[in-house]
Design a protein around this ligand. Sequence first.
Ligand SMILES: Cc1cc2nc3c(=O)[nH]c(=O)nc-3n(C[C@H](O)[C@H](O)[C@H](O)COP(=O)(O)OP(=O)(O)OC[C@H]3O[C@@H](n4cnc5c(N)ncnc54)[C@H](O)[C@@H]3O)c2cc1C
Length: 384
Amino acid sequence: MSNPYDVAVIGLGAMGSAAVSFLAARGVRVIGFEAASPAHGLGSSHGDSRLIRLGYFEDPSYVPLLHRAYENWRGLENRLRERILHVTGVLQIGKPDSKIITGTRASCDLYGLASDTLFADQMRKRFPVFGLDDDEVAILDPNGGWLKPESAIWGYLRMAAADGAALHLGEKVEEIAPDDNGVNIVVGDQKYRVNRVIVATGSWISQLIPALQNITNPIRQVVAWYRPANGFVTDPLRMPAFLRDEGTDSSFFGFPEIGPDGVKIGRHAHFMESIDPDAPYCAVNDADRALLDDFAAKRLPGMQGRRVNETTCRYTMLPGENFLLDHLPGENRVIVASPCSGHGFKFTSVIGEILADLATKGGTDFPIEAFTFDRLMKAAQSAD
Ligand SMILES: Cc1cc2nc3c(=O)[nH]c(=O)nc-3n(C[C@H](O)[C@H](O)[C@H](O)COP(=O)(O)OP(=O)(O)OC[C@H]3O[C@@H](n4cnc5c(N)ncnc54)[C@H](O)[C@@H]3O)c2cc1C
């Protein structure tokens, strides 16, 4: 007897919502499970905005994936008739020899991407909101901008439902058990049977994929919003989103005033504080506030802002701050989609397509050789 579903997607956050949508659009019999409510406040995909940029400083090998991600974001918008991706530019600021500057330049040079280098005096005239050291430079990525994460996730789920996906919200998968003919999925006293499963459970990934215990590292992340005294310079047309190198492996990110709470800022990986993903909401504390307030005062002085909102979120770090998109070794019925080390959201629209390829074709034409279990385990060993 054939299994009632071809594919189950477990975790309907960023990666899972996109995967379930791509699968349903291909006519695959797909069922999705989400333990809570999609884009909820204890996951990794809430908070109004996520950066997207094309000149990727982390590694130029991400650029081909980004080209497809941009195409797919536009595809999502066309179907939804709603704006998800806002291209208003991203500024990458730092010393000329910082990773953010050298890496962005390398990606732009290799792929012939548009970019504009600005020196401190040019920056002060053009973008007066930023506080700069005299020897800093900025690269403006005109293709950069920001995404609306909650709208994207719910948009993908609406499309998936319209294309026939069965979506089970508020159902936590407790166990997956692959065998020769399929995979058993246990949710409370319910059991489901599918041919293949995609596990996209974000910070909770090692609960269903024990091979990732002690490899993935969920950490606490904090962001805060500042209401500018003078709203004009923080308007998205006058203030690009930004990434800023602060030396000694520290970088900050920020967004212009795109919502009622004003300018949002955060420090990448914050204090690198490991957390138990099942712990209740960890409130923002005085040390978090001091870090972000100091940054705002020093680096956005023209804004003269005051903090009006704050929240915590979580990154899930992998060795090398990379991704994992692969079959579980020895289990070709189980596909694992990692939460992507704090920089994955912009790729959601291509990762959904890749996961659908892996589940339906067993492989993909997209370049994901860097995101295998094998690579991850080697990176973990060399990090020890
Ligand atoms: C503050 C912050 C800022 C960021 N900024 C950027 C940025 O600017 N640009 C960028 O590209 N990326 C950014 N990221 C990273 C990006 O947001 C993440 O990589 C991405 O959202 C991870 O998505 P996910 O689907 O893996 O996880 P999630 O969206 O958290 O989804 C996982 C889902 O699985 C569900 N789940 C867990 N266990 C089970 C189970 N057993 N059964 C059923 N469901 C389950 C959870 O409830 C959750 O909804 C940022 C992250 C944070 C936190």
